[in-house]
Design a protein around this ligand. Structure first.
Ligand code: ADQ
Length: 758
C-alpha cells in the first residue's frame, strides 16, 4: 500500500525526471487498484540505481490522463506524479515526442510530422515536469533528466533553481546536424539541453552530433566535449560537457535468474512447447519500426523459401511488445508484421508447428530469461537504436557460454559487443548470411564469442553506468560557482596605483594582446540623451594608437547597436567594433581570423524577427504607461531605457519589464543601469571577448568596463588577463579605477609601455 510522501529530507538526494513513473496501476478483480513496476529500458535501468542512494525521488507521469495521484512512496522511492491531460498525451507524447522527434532522431525511417500545436504542448508539458522537479529538489541537490520527451526541462529547471546540478541522458540516438536541422524549434531544443551541466549519450557518434549541432546552429565555442554557453546578463559563461555513457542492464541479477530452478524448468518447457526443434531463433522487441522486425521477417521468409532453413527443425519466436498503438506509423507496422507472419506461417508451418511463433504481448522478467536461455540465436536487427538492452540481456542470460547474438551495426550496443555476429540489416542478403552463420556456428566458436561478450556485459552493468554518469556530474557541476557571479572586489575604493602599474607592465610584455573596452561610462560620460554622448577624444586616440601597433588587437564593446557605436566613435578599421552586447560584430582587420567569429556570431531568423517585433510592441506599451521611458530598437534586441522616467516611473517601468520578461523563456533579458535589454540572440560581452581573443590569437587580454553586463567578461579572466572595473560596485575584475580620467591615463600609459620607447 503506497504511503503519502513528504518533501525529501536533506542528505544525498537524487531526483530522476522521466516521462513515466516506474509504476503502473493495475485493477484487481475486486475493483481495487495497486501499483506494479512497469517494463521498459529506462525503468529496468534506474530501478537498481535508486536502491543505492539515500533519498530517491522520481518525477513522472503515472500513466492516466487528468488528476494525478498524490505523491506516494514505492520501493523506497518518493514518486511525484505529473499531470497530463488527454490533449497532452495526444500532442506532447504521441505527437511531438513520438511522431516528430522519435522518427527524426532515428534516421527518418518514417517521415517525421510536425504541428505547431504539438510544439506548444511539448513546451507546456516540459514546464510542468520542470516545476515539479524544481519543487522537489533539495538545496544543491542533483537532478537527472531522462530522454527525448523532456529536452527543454534542464534549462527550465536551471531558470528556477540555479543551485542544483542537472544531468541529462539521451536514451535514443542524436541525429547528424543535417537531419537535426530539419527540426522546427531546433535551437530551443539545443538551449533546453544546454541547461544541464552534463549531457550524456549512448554512443560517441551521438555526442559528436550534438556538439556539432551546438557549434553550427548556436555558434557556441566548443573545445572537445566542453561547450561554453554564454552567460545571461551578468552571469558568467557556463561550461556544459557532452559525453558518452553506454547504458547497460542489471547483469548480475539476470545472470542469477538463470540459476533459479523454476526459470530453468520454464526454459526446458518452452522448448518442448515449440515441438523440440533443433534450433530456436528469437527476436524480442517493442513493436517499433526502428527495430528492423520487417527486415528480419523478410530474411527469415526468404531463408525458408529457398530451403536454406528447414521449418521442421528450426523455429523463429518473435516477441513484439505492443507499443504506441495510437500513432499511425505503429498501426501500419503492426498490420505489416502480422500480415508477413501470417504469410510465412501459411507457406511453411505444419499442423502444431509454426514457422514463426509470434507473441504480441509483454513477458515477465523470468519468462523472458527462460526464453533467452532456450534461444540458440537472438536477432537484434535494429535499423537504428540508441543502445538495445535485449542484446545485453541475452548475453547475461547465457552463463553456459552457448548461443549466438546477431547484432545490427546500427544499434549502440555494436560499439561494445564486438564479438557478436554484426550485420547491416538493410542488406537482406547480409542478414540471411549472418543468420545462417549463427545457426551453423560450432559450439567452441559460440563459447569463445559468448565469453568475450559476457566479459563486457558483466563488467559494465547498469550500476556502473549510473555511477559513472553521476560521478562525472559531481565533478563538473559545481552549482555554487556556476550560479553565483564571481566577486573579487567589493565597495568602490580604487586599487593601489602600483598594483595597476605592475599589471600594465606585465601585460605590455605579452607578445600578442587584445585590448578591449566598454564605451558608455568608460570612454564617455553617461548622459541622459544617449545621442548626445561625448567620448573622451584622448582616450579614443590612445586606443587608435594601440590598434596600429604590432601584436595588438583593439575592440570597443558596447550594448549600443553597431551602427550607433560606429557613428559616435569614428574609429579606423584597425579597431573592431562590437555592438548589441556581442550580437553584432563589425569588420575585422585582415590579419584576424574572421571564421572564428562567424561561428560565434548569432544570426537573426524570420522567427526571431517576429519575436523581436512582439517584444518591441510590448515595451512600447510599457513606456507609454511610464512617461519619460523610451524604447530603443537594435538589430537583435529591444531596450527599455528608464533613466528619464518621472518620479517612481523608472522603478515601476523596470518592474513591469521584468515581469514581462518572465513570460519569454527564449529571450535573454539583461537588466543594466536603468535599462532592461531583451535580446533574441543569446550572447554576451564575455562570449564576444572570448571569440575576439581567439580570432586575434591573443595570449592575454585587458578589458575596461563599468556595467553589470561587463561582468560576463571579468568572470572569465584567465591568469595573464587584466580586468579593470571603472567605478564602484561588486565586480569579478581584479583591479578598480575611479573614472574616465583614470581610463584615459591608463590607456596612455599602455601606449607608452607597448610603444617603441616602452
Ligand atoms: P527501447 O526502445 O524500449 O529503449 P530496448 O533497449 O531494447 O529498447 O529495451 C527494451 C526493454 O524492454 C528490454 O529490457 C526488454 O527485455 C524489454 N522488453 C521488450 N519486449 C518485451 C516483452 N514482450 N515483454 C517484456 N519485456 C520486454 C530505449 C532505446 C534503447 C535503449 C533503451 C535504454 O530505444 O536504444 O537501449 O531505451 O536506454
Amino acid at each position: 500500500m503506497p504511503t503519502a510522501a513528504s518533501r525529501p529530507d536533506p542528505g544525498h538526494q537524487l531526483v530522476v525526471v522521466a516521462n513515466r513513473l516506474p509504476v503502473d496501476t493495475r485493477t484487481l478483480p475486486d475493483g481495487a487498484t495497486e501499483w506494479v513496476t512497469s517494463p521498459g529500458g529506462l525503468v529496468t535501468a534506474m530501478e537498481s540505481v535508486m536502491r543505492t542512494v539515500e533519498s530517491g525521488a522520481w518525477v513522472g507521469w503515472a500513466g492516466s490522463p487528468g488528476e494525478p495521484p498524490e505523491p506516494f512512496e514505492a520501493d523506497g522511492m518518493s514518486l511525484y506524479p505529473v499531470r497530463l491531460e488527454q490533449e497532452d498525451i495526444e500532442r506532447y507524447y504521441e505527437g511531438f515526442s513520438n511522431a516528430t522527434l522519435w522518427p527524426l532522431y532515428h534516421d527518418v525511417i518514417v517521415d517525421p510530422e510536425f504541428h505547431r500545436t504539438w510544439w506548444g504542448s511539448y513546451v507546456g508539458t516540459n514546464r510542468r515536469f520542470a516545476r515539479e522537479a524544481a519543487a522537489v529538489a533539495e538545496e544543491h541537490g542533483t537532478v537527472w533528466v531522462h530522454d527525448y520527451q523532456l529536452q527543454l526541462v534542464p534549462r527550465m529547471i536551471r531558470d528556477e533553481r540555479s543551485d542544483v546540478r542537472i544531468g541529462f541522458f539521451n536514451h535514443i540516438p542524436f541525429p547528424p546536424v543535417e537531419l537535426f536541422s530539419q527540426l522546427p524549434k531546433r535551437n530551443q531544443i539545443l538551449r533546453g539541453l544546454l541547461g544541464a551541466d552534463l549531457v550524456g549519450f549512448q554512443r560517441e557518434s551521438d555526442a559528436q552530433n550534438f556538439v556539432a549541432a551546438v557549434r553550427k546552429l548556436l555558434g557556441y565555442h566548443v573545445d572537445g566535449q566542453t561547450i561554453s554557453v554564454p552567460g545571461l546578463g551578468a552571469a558568467p559563461v557556463r561550461e556544459v560537457v557532452a559525453q558518452t555513457f553506454p547504458i547497460s542492464i542489471d547483469s548480475a541479477s539476470i545472470s542469477a535468474l538463470t540459476e533459479d530452478p523454476e526459470v530453468r524448468e520454464r526454459a526446458v518447457q518452452l522448448r518442448k512447447d515449440l515441438g523440440d526443434p533443433q534450433k530456436i531463433v528469437l527476436g524480442v522487441d517493442r513493436l517499433d519500426y526502428t527495430k528492423g522486425i520487417r527486415h528480419r521477417l523478410k530474411a527469415w521468409g526468404e531463408l525458408l523459401d529457398d530451403g536454406s532453413v528447414d521449418p521442421q527443425d528450426t523455429v523463429m519466436v518473435q516477441v513484439a511488445t505492443p507499443s504506441r498503438e495510437r500513432v499511425e506509423a505503429y498501426k501500419q507496422l503492426r498490420d505489416e508484421v502480422e500480415l508477413t507472419v501470417g504469410r510465412i506461417n501459411g507457406d511453411h508451418s505444419s499442423i502444431g508447428r509454426p514457422a514463426v511463433s509470434y507473441q504480441h504481448r509483454s513477458f515477465d522478467r523470468r519468462d523472458m530469461t527462460a526464453l533467452f536461455m532456450t534461444a540458440d540465436v537472438v536477432l537484434v536487427t535494429a535499423l537504428r537504436d540508441g543502445m538495445n538492452l535485449v542484446a545485453k540481456e541475452y548475453v547475461a542470460s547465457r552463463p553456459d557460454l552457448q548461443g549466438v547474438l546477431v547484432l545490427s551495426e546500427f544499434a549502440g550496443a555494436a560499439d561494445e559487443l564486438r564479438a557478436a555476429v554484426t550485420v547491416n540489416p538493410h542488406d537482406i542478403d547480409d542478414l540471411k548470411a549472418a543468420i545462417l552463420r549463427a545457426l551453423t556456428m560450432p559450439p567452441e566458436e559460440q563459447e569463445e564469442s559468448m565469453r568475450s561478450l559476457r566479459h563486457q556485459v558483466m563488467e559494465n552493468d547498469v550500476q556502473a553506468w549510473a555511477h559513472a554518469f553521476l560521478h562525472e556530474l559531481e565533478q563538473i557541476g559545481r552549482p555554487e560557482q556556476v550560479a553565483k557571479p564571481v566577486i573579487r572586489l567589493t565597495g568602490d575604493e580604487p586599487s593601489d596605483p602600483e598594483a595597476v602599474e605592475s599589471a600594465l607592465r606585465d601585460f605590455a610584455t605579452v607578445p600578442r594582446i587584445l585590448v578591449a573596452s566598454d564605451f558608455d561610462g568608460v570612454l564617455a560620460p553617461i548622459v541622459a540623451d544617449r545621442d548626445a554622448v561625448q567620448p573622451d577624444p584622448e582616450a579614443l586616440m590612445a586606443l587608435r594608437d594601440l590598434s596600429e601597433m604590432p601584436g595588438v588587437a583593439v575592440a570597443l564593446v558596447s550594448g549600443r547597436a553597431l551602427s550607433n557605436l560606429d557613428s559616435h566613435t569614428s574609429m579606423p578599421s584597425s579597431v573592431v567594433l562590437v555592438g548589441s552586447h556581442g550580437a553584432e560584430v563589425g569588420a575585422l582587420p585582415p590579419w584576424m581570423q574572421a571564421e572564428v567569429l562567424d561561428s560565434a556570431a548569432l544570426t537573426m531568423s524570420p522567427e526571431k524577427e517576429d519575436l523581436l517585433a512582439a517584444i518591441t510592441g510590448n515595451l512600447n506599451r510599457i513606456s507609454r504607461a511610464h512617461p519619460g521611458a523610451e524604447v530603443e530598437t537594435k538589430p537583435a534586441a529591444a531596450v527599455l531605457h528608464t533613466r528619464n522616467a518621472r518620479g517612481r516611473g523608472s522603478i515601476n517601468a523596470t518592474e513591469a519589464a521584468l515581469e514581462y520578461a518572465v513570460t519569454l523563456p527564449d529571450v535573454t533579458v539583461t537588466p543594466g543601469k536603468e535599462v532592461v535589454e531583451f535580446s533574441v540572440v543569446h550572447t554576451s560581452k564575455g562570449a564576444a571577448i572570448d571569440a575576439l581573443a581567439r580570432a586575434s590569437a591573443a595570449d592575454a587580454w585587458l578589458y575596461l568596463g563599468d556595467d553589470v553586463t561587463d561582468e560576463s567578461v571579468f568572470s572569465q579572466l584567465g591568469e595573464g588577463d587584466v580586468g579593470i572595473k571603472v567605478g564602484g560596485g561588486d565586480t569579478a575584475a581584479r583591479l578598480r579605477i575611479e573614472d574616465i580620467d583614470a581610463v584615459r591615463s591608463l590607456l596612455q600609459r599602455l601606449v607608452e609601455l607597448r610603444g617603441p620607447q616602452g
